[in-house]
Write a protein that binds this ligand. Structure first.
Ligand code: HMG
Ligand code: MG
Length: 304
Protein backbone atom coordinates (compact mmCIF):
# COMPACT_ATOMS: atom_id res chain seq x y z
CA UNK A 1 0.00 0.00 0.00
CA UNK A 2 1.06 3.59 -0.63
CA UNK A 3 3.86 2.60 -3.00
CA UNK A 4 2.72 5.18 -5.56
CA UNK A 5 2.94 8.26 -3.36
CA UNK A 6 4.76 11.24 -4.88
CA UNK A 7 8.02 12.42 -3.28
CA UNK A 8 6.74 15.97 -3.04
CA UNK A 9 3.44 17.84 -3.26
CA UNK A 10 2.51 21.48 -3.65
CA UNK A 11 0.23 22.91 -0.99
CA UNK A 12 -1.82 25.87 -2.23
CA UNK A 13 -2.90 28.04 0.70
CA UNK A 14 -6.38 29.54 0.47
CA UNK A 15 -6.84 30.78 4.06
CA UNK A 16 -6.50 34.52 3.39
CA UNK A 17 -9.20 34.23 0.70
CA UNK A 18 -11.48 31.23 1.21
CA UNK A 19 -10.88 31.29 4.96
CA UNK A 20 -11.51 34.94 5.63
CA UNK A 21 -14.37 35.35 3.12
CA UNK A 22 -16.73 33.48 5.42
CA UNK A 23 -15.74 35.05 8.72
CA UNK A 24 -18.05 37.43 10.56
CA UNK A 25 -15.09 39.46 11.82
CA UNK A 26 -13.50 41.99 9.47
CA UNK A 27 -9.77 41.39 9.82
CA UNK A 28 -7.88 44.69 9.31
CA UNK A 29 -5.78 44.94 6.16
CA UNK A 30 -2.45 45.01 8.02
CA UNK A 31 -3.33 41.75 9.81
CA UNK A 32 -4.33 40.11 6.50
CA UNK A 33 -0.94 41.12 5.14
CA UNK A 34 0.84 39.80 8.24
CA UNK A 35 -1.03 36.51 7.93
CA UNK A 36 0.30 36.11 4.39
CA UNK A 37 3.79 36.92 5.67
CA UNK A 38 3.47 34.26 8.38
CA UNK A 39 2.36 31.72 5.78
CA UNK A 40 5.28 32.63 3.56
CA UNK A 41 7.66 32.29 6.52
CA UNK A 42 6.30 28.76 7.03
CA UNK A 43 7.40 27.85 3.49
CA UNK A 44 4.16 28.22 1.55
CA UNK A 45 4.88 29.41 -1.97
CA UNK A 46 1.36 29.53 -3.42
CA UNK A 47 -1.00 31.75 -1.46
CA UNK A 48 -4.44 33.03 -2.47
CA UNK A 49 -4.45 36.46 -0.89
CA UNK A 50 -7.88 37.97 -1.51
CA UNK A 51 -10.84 38.20 -3.85
CA UNK A 52 -11.91 40.93 -6.27
CA UNK A 53 -15.59 40.03 -6.25
CA UNK A 54 -18.35 42.53 -5.55
CA UNK A 55 -17.56 43.73 -1.99
CA UNK A 56 -21.29 43.92 -1.28
CA UNK A 57 -21.41 40.16 -1.77
CA UNK A 58 -18.27 39.43 0.31
CA UNK A 59 -17.74 42.25 2.85
CA UNK A 60 -14.85 40.56 4.76
CA UNK A 61 -12.66 41.00 1.65
CA UNK A 62 -13.79 44.53 0.77
CA UNK A 63 -10.19 45.73 1.23
CA UNK A 64 -8.86 43.56 -1.64
CA UNK A 65 -7.14 46.53 -3.30
CA UNK A 66 -5.27 47.45 -0.12
CA UNK A 67 -4.20 43.86 0.59
CA UNK A 68 -2.90 43.32 -2.94
CA UNK A 69 -1.13 46.68 -3.06
CA UNK A 70 0.57 46.09 0.30
CA UNK A 71 1.74 42.64 -0.77
CA UNK A 72 2.99 43.95 -4.12
CA UNK A 73 5.53 45.93 -2.08
CA UNK A 74 6.33 43.15 0.42
CA UNK A 75 9.55 41.16 -0.07
CA UNK A 76 8.04 37.66 -0.37
CA UNK A 77 10.70 35.79 -2.31
CA UNK A 78 9.68 32.99 -4.73
CA UNK A 79 6.01 33.25 -3.80
CA UNK A 80 3.07 33.19 -6.18
CA UNK A 81 0.28 35.36 -4.84
CA UNK A 82 -3.08 34.71 -6.47
CA UNK A 83 -6.35 36.64 -6.27
CA UNK A 84 -9.83 35.37 -7.05
CA UNK A 85 -11.60 37.28 -9.84
CA UNK A 86 -15.14 36.66 -11.12
CA UNK A 87 -15.19 38.92 -14.17
CA UNK A 88 -13.47 41.67 -16.16
CA UNK A 89 -14.18 44.28 -13.49
CA UNK A 90 -12.50 42.10 -10.87
CA UNK A 91 -9.52 41.49 -13.14
CA UNK A 92 -9.12 45.22 -13.73
CA UNK A 93 -9.07 45.85 -9.97
CA UNK A 94 -6.55 43.04 -9.44
CA UNK A 95 -4.16 44.16 -12.18
CA UNK A 96 -4.24 47.77 -11.00
CA UNK A 97 -2.91 46.55 -7.67
CA UNK A 98 -0.06 44.43 -8.95
CA UNK A 99 -1.65 40.96 -9.03
CA UNK A 100 0.11 38.70 -11.55
CA UNK A 101 -1.87 35.48 -11.05
CA UNK A 102 -5.63 35.13 -10.84
CA UNK A 103 -8.15 32.38 -10.17
CA UNK A 104 -11.52 32.21 -11.91
CA UNK A 105 -14.35 30.10 -10.54
CA UNK A 106 -17.56 28.48 -11.62
CA UNK A 107 -19.67 25.57 -10.54
CA UNK A 108 -20.41 22.18 -12.03
CA UNK A 109 -23.96 22.60 -10.78
CA UNK A 110 -26.35 25.04 -12.45
CA UNK A 111 -28.07 26.21 -9.26
CA UNK A 112 -24.88 26.74 -7.28
CA UNK A 113 -23.38 28.68 -10.18
CA UNK A 114 -26.47 30.89 -10.30
CA UNK A 115 -26.43 31.55 -6.54
CA UNK A 116 -22.68 32.11 -6.39
CA UNK A 117 -22.07 34.31 -9.42
CA UNK A 118 -25.56 35.24 -10.53
CA UNK A 119 -25.28 33.55 -13.93
CA UNK A 120 -26.11 30.31 -15.66
CA UNK A 121 -23.19 28.09 -16.63
CA UNK A 122 -23.79 29.00 -20.30
CA UNK A 123 -23.60 32.74 -19.50
CA UNK A 124 -20.41 32.30 -17.48
CA UNK A 125 -18.24 31.49 -20.52
CA UNK A 126 -18.84 34.82 -22.33
CA UNK A 127 -18.17 36.67 -19.04
CA UNK A 128 -14.83 34.84 -18.80
CA UNK A 129 -13.80 35.62 -22.40
CA UNK A 130 -12.38 39.13 -21.80
CA UNK A 131 -10.72 37.92 -18.59
CA UNK A 132 -8.86 35.17 -20.43
CA UNK A 133 -8.00 37.43 -23.38
CA UNK A 134 -6.42 40.09 -21.18
CA UNK A 135 -4.59 37.62 -18.92
CA UNK A 136 -3.10 35.83 -21.90
CA UNK A 137 -2.10 39.14 -23.54
CA UNK A 138 -0.44 40.34 -20.31
CA UNK A 139 1.17 37.02 -19.31
CA UNK A 140 -0.96 36.64 -16.16
CA UNK A 141 -1.35 33.03 -15.05
CA UNK A 142 -4.89 31.76 -14.58
CA UNK A 143 -6.06 29.03 -12.24
CA UNK A 144 -9.60 27.64 -12.59
CA UNK A 145 -11.92 26.37 -9.87
CA UNK A 146 -14.83 24.06 -10.45
CA UNK A 147 -17.14 24.02 -7.43
CA UNK A 148 -19.73 21.53 -6.19
CA UNK A 149 -17.83 18.66 -7.81
CA UNK A 150 -18.63 16.11 -5.09
CA UNK A 151 -22.19 17.35 -4.63
CA UNK A 152 -24.34 20.47 -4.77
CA UNK A 153 -26.21 21.96 -1.81
CA UNK A 154 -29.25 22.54 -4.08
CA UNK A 155 -29.14 19.75 -6.67
CA UNK A 156 -27.41 16.89 -4.85
CA UNK A 157 -25.37 14.62 -7.08
CA UNK A 158 -23.32 16.13 -9.91
CA UNK A 159 -22.35 14.06 -12.96
CA UNK A 160 -18.64 13.34 -13.41
CA UNK A 161 -19.07 13.99 -17.15
CA UNK A 162 -20.28 17.54 -16.41
CA UNK A 163 -17.22 18.15 -14.19
CA UNK A 164 -14.88 16.77 -16.84
CA UNK A 165 -16.43 18.86 -19.63
CA UNK A 166 -16.12 22.09 -17.62
CA UNK A 167 -12.58 21.29 -16.44
CA UNK A 168 -11.52 20.47 -20.00
CA UNK A 169 -13.03 23.66 -21.36
CA UNK A 170 -11.25 25.76 -18.72
CA UNK A 171 -7.96 24.10 -19.66
CA UNK A 172 -8.62 24.68 -23.35
CA UNK A 173 -9.23 28.36 -22.59
CA UNK A 174 -5.84 28.64 -20.88
CA UNK A 175 -5.97 27.87 -17.15
CA UNK A 176 -2.77 26.17 -16.01
CA UNK A 177 -4.68 23.91 -13.61
CA UNK A 178 -8.19 23.15 -12.47
CA UNK A 179 -8.87 22.91 -8.77
CA UNK A 180 -11.77 20.58 -8.00
CA UNK A 181 -13.90 21.89 -5.16
CA UNK A 182 -15.79 19.83 -2.63
CA UNK A 183 -17.55 23.05 -1.68
CA UNK A 184 -19.83 21.52 0.95
CA UNK A 185 -17.53 18.73 2.12
CA UNK A 186 -19.65 15.71 1.21
CA UNK A 187 -17.09 13.61 -0.68
CA UNK A 188 -16.13 10.13 0.45
CA UNK A 189 -13.11 8.08 -0.69
CA UNK A 190 -14.73 5.60 -3.08
CA UNK A 191 -16.63 8.42 -4.77
CA UNK A 192 -13.36 10.34 -5.03
CA UNK A 193 -11.65 7.39 -6.68
CA UNK A 194 -14.45 7.03 -9.24
CA UNK A 195 -14.60 10.73 -9.96
CA UNK A 196 -10.84 11.14 -10.35
CA UNK A 197 -10.56 8.02 -12.49
CA UNK A 198 -13.20 9.47 -14.82
CA UNK A 199 -11.43 12.85 -15.00
CA UNK A 200 -8.00 11.27 -15.47
CA UNK A 201 -9.21 9.51 -18.61
CA UNK A 202 -9.17 12.92 -20.30
CA UNK A 203 -7.07 15.23 -18.13
CA UNK A 204 -3.51 14.67 -16.87
CA UNK A 205 -3.05 14.54 -13.09
CA UNK A 206 -0.64 17.49 -13.11
CA UNK A 207 -3.41 19.74 -14.46
CA UNK A 208 -5.68 18.96 -11.49
CA UNK A 209 -5.73 20.07 -7.86
CA UNK A 210 -8.05 19.10 -5.01
CA UNK A 211 -9.85 21.73 -2.91
CA UNK A 212 -11.60 19.93 -0.10
CA UNK A 213 -13.81 21.48 2.55
CA UNK A 214 -13.73 19.41 5.71
CA UNK A 215 -17.36 19.80 6.76
CA UNK A 216 -17.80 16.13 7.59
CA UNK A 217 -14.21 15.14 8.36
CA UNK A 218 -13.52 13.31 5.08
CA UNK A 219 -11.15 15.80 3.44
CA UNK A 220 -7.88 14.06 4.35
CA UNK A 221 -9.21 10.64 3.37
CA UNK A 222 -10.19 12.05 -0.03
CA UNK A 223 -6.77 13.68 -0.46
CA UNK A 224 -5.13 10.34 0.25
CA UNK A 225 -7.10 8.83 -2.63
CA UNK A 226 -6.01 11.74 -4.82
CA UNK A 227 -2.36 11.21 -3.85
CA UNK A 228 -2.60 7.54 -4.79
CA UNK A 229 -4.05 8.53 -8.16
CA UNK A 230 -1.26 11.00 -8.92
CA UNK A 231 -2.68 14.36 -7.80
CA UNK A 232 0.18 16.50 -6.45
CA UNK A 233 -1.50 19.85 -5.66
CA UNK A 234 -3.80 20.24 -2.66
CA UNK A 235 -5.55 23.38 -1.46
CA UNK A 236 -5.77 23.98 2.26
CA UNK A 237 -6.55 26.75 4.68
CA UNK A 238 -4.59 27.66 7.79
CA UNK A 239 -6.38 26.38 10.88
CA UNK A 240 -9.23 25.09 8.71
CA UNK A 241 -10.84 28.52 8.34
CA UNK A 242 -13.32 29.04 5.58
CA UNK A 243 -16.44 28.21 3.65
CA UNK A 244 -18.52 29.42 0.76
CA UNK A 245 -21.19 31.95 1.76
CA UNK A 246 -23.34 30.82 -1.18
CA UNK A 247 -23.46 27.17 -0.15
CA UNK A 248 -25.42 26.76 3.07
CA UNK A 249 -23.58 24.68 5.64
CA UNK A 250 -20.22 24.83 3.86
CA UNK A 251 -17.59 25.04 6.56
CA UNK A 252 -13.83 25.39 6.55
CA UNK A 253 -11.33 23.99 4.12
CA UNK A 254 -9.04 21.15 5.04
CA UNK A 255 -6.59 22.62 7.58
CA UNK A 256 -3.12 23.22 6.16
CA UNK A 257 -1.41 21.83 9.27
CA UNK A 258 -3.48 18.62 9.18
CA UNK A 259 -2.53 18.05 5.54
CA UNK A 260 1.15 18.88 6.07
CA UNK A 261 1.34 16.70 9.21
CA UNK A 262 -0.06 13.72 7.32
CA UNK A 263 2.17 14.26 4.27
CA UNK A 264 5.36 14.61 6.29
CA UNK A 265 4.46 11.57 8.35
CA UNK A 266 4.16 9.59 5.11
CA UNK A 267 7.52 10.84 3.84
CA UNK A 268 6.05 13.26 1.29
CA UNK A 269 7.87 16.60 1.18
CA UNK A 270 6.10 19.96 1.06
CA UNK A 271 8.84 22.49 1.81
CA UNK A 272 6.70 23.69 4.74
CA UNK A 273 7.82 23.92 8.36
CA UNK A 274 5.13 22.75 10.79
CA UNK A 275 6.44 24.86 13.68
CA UNK A 276 6.19 28.02 11.63
CA UNK A 277 2.82 26.92 10.32
CA UNK A 278 1.58 26.68 13.92
CA UNK A 279 2.68 30.31 14.43
CA UNK A 280 0.64 31.32 11.38
CA UNK A 281 -2.33 29.39 12.78
CA UNK A 282 -1.97 31.00 16.21
CA UNK A 283 -1.88 34.41 14.53
CA UNK A 284 -5.03 33.59 12.51
CA UNK A 285 -6.79 32.56 15.74
CA UNK A 286 -5.75 35.82 17.39
CA UNK A 287 -7.08 37.81 14.40
CA UNK A 288 -10.43 36.06 14.53
CA UNK A 289 -10.67 35.89 18.31
CA UNK A 290 -11.66 32.25 18.27
CA UNK A 291 -10.18 28.78 18.20
CA UNK A 292 -9.93 27.32 14.70
CA UNK A 293 -10.99 23.74 13.91
CA UNK A 294 -7.61 22.43 12.65
CA UNK A 295 -6.62 19.46 14.79
CA UNK A 296 -2.86 19.47 14.27
CA UNK A 297 -2.88 23.16 15.19
CA UNK A 298 -4.43 22.32 18.58
CA UNK A 299 -1.82 19.63 19.15
CA UNK A 300 1.06 21.88 18.07
CA UNK A 301 -0.15 24.75 20.24
CA UNK A 302 -0.60 22.42 23.22
CA UNK A 303 2.94 21.11 22.74
CA UNK A 304 4.18 24.74 22.79
P1 HMG B 1 -23.87 40.77 -10.53
O1 HMG B 1 -24.68 41.51 -9.56
O2 HMG B 1 -24.55 39.78 -11.43
O3 HMG B 1 -22.97 41.75 -11.40
O4 HMG B 1 -22.72 40.01 -9.72
P2 HMG B 1 -23.33 42.82 -12.44
O5 HMG B 1 -22.32 42.68 -13.52
O6 HMG B 1 -24.78 42.79 -12.77
O7 HMG B 1 -23.03 44.18 -11.63
C1 HMG B 1 -23.82 44.57 -10.51
C2 HMG B 1 -23.00 45.49 -9.62
O8 HMG B 1 -21.84 44.80 -9.13
C3 HMG B 1 -22.46 46.73 -10.35
O9 HMG B 1 -22.37 47.78 -9.39
C4 HMG B 1 -21.05 46.32 -10.71
O10 HMG B 1 -20.17 47.40 -10.88
C5 HMG B 1 -20.66 45.53 -9.49
P3 HMG B 1 -23.51 48.90 -9.25
O11 HMG B 1 -23.62 49.49 -10.62
O12 HMG B 1 -24.76 48.17 -8.80
O13 HMG B 1 -22.98 49.81 -8.20
N1 HMG B 1 -19.60 44.55 -9.78
C6 HMG B 1 -18.41 44.53 -9.15
N2 HMG B 1 -17.90 45.29 -8.17
C7 HMG B 1 -16.66 45.01 -7.76
N3 HMG B 1 -15.92 44.00 -8.27
C8 HMG B 1 -16.41 43.22 -9.23
C9 HMG B 1 -17.70 43.49 -9.71
N4 HMG B 1 -18.49 42.89 -10.65
C10 HMG B 1 -19.63 43.57 -10.69
N5 HMG B 1 -15.68 42.20 -9.70
C11 HMG B 1 -20.63 38.92 -9.39
C12 HMG B 1 -21.78 39.18 -10.35
C13 HMG B 1 -19.84 37.74 -9.90
C14 HMG B 1 -19.74 40.16 -9.32
C15 HMG B 1 -21.21 38.63 -7.99
O14 HMG B 1 -22.10 37.58 -8.13
C16 HMG B 1 -20.16 38.26 -6.97
O15 HMG B 1 -19.37 39.10 -6.54
N6 HMG B 1 -20.12 36.98 -6.56
C17 HMG B 1 -19.08 36.52 -5.68
C18 HMG B 1 -19.50 35.35 -4.90
C19 HMG B 1 -18.33 34.82 -4.12
O16 HMG B 1 -17.35 35.52 -3.90
N7 HMG B 1 -18.46 33.57 -3.68
C20 HMG B 1 -17.40 32.96 -2.92
C21 HMG B 1 -16.18 32.66 -3.76
S1 HMG B 1 -16.32 31.14 -4.68
C22 HMG B 1 -15.91 29.93 -3.54
O17 HMG B 1 -15.71 30.19 -2.39
C23 HMG B 1 -15.71 28.52 -4.04
C24 HMG B 1 -14.23 28.14 -4.15
O18 HMG B 1 -13.57 28.28 -2.90
C25 HMG B 1 -14.10 26.66 -4.62
C26 HMG B 1 -14.96 25.68 -3.82
O19 HMG B 1 -14.89 25.68 -2.58
O20 HMG B 1 -15.69 24.93 -4.45
C27 HMG B 1 -13.48 29.01 -5.17
MG1 MG C 1 -13.66 26.83 -1.28
Amino acid sequence: MFDRLPARVRVYEVGPRDGLQNEAVFVPTEDKVRLVEYLHAAGLRDIEITSFVNPRWIPPLADAEHVAAALRDAPLADCRLTALVPNERGLERALENGVREVAVFMSASETHNQRNINKSIADTWPAFAPVFARCIAEGVRIRGYVSAVWGCPYEGEVAASQVTDIAQRLLDLGVYEVSLGDTIGVGTPRQTARLLEALLERIPANALAMHMHDTRGTALANCLVGLELGITTFDASIGGMGGCPYAAGASGNLATEDLVFMLHGMGVETGIDLGHLARAGAFAQACLGRELPGRALKALCAAG
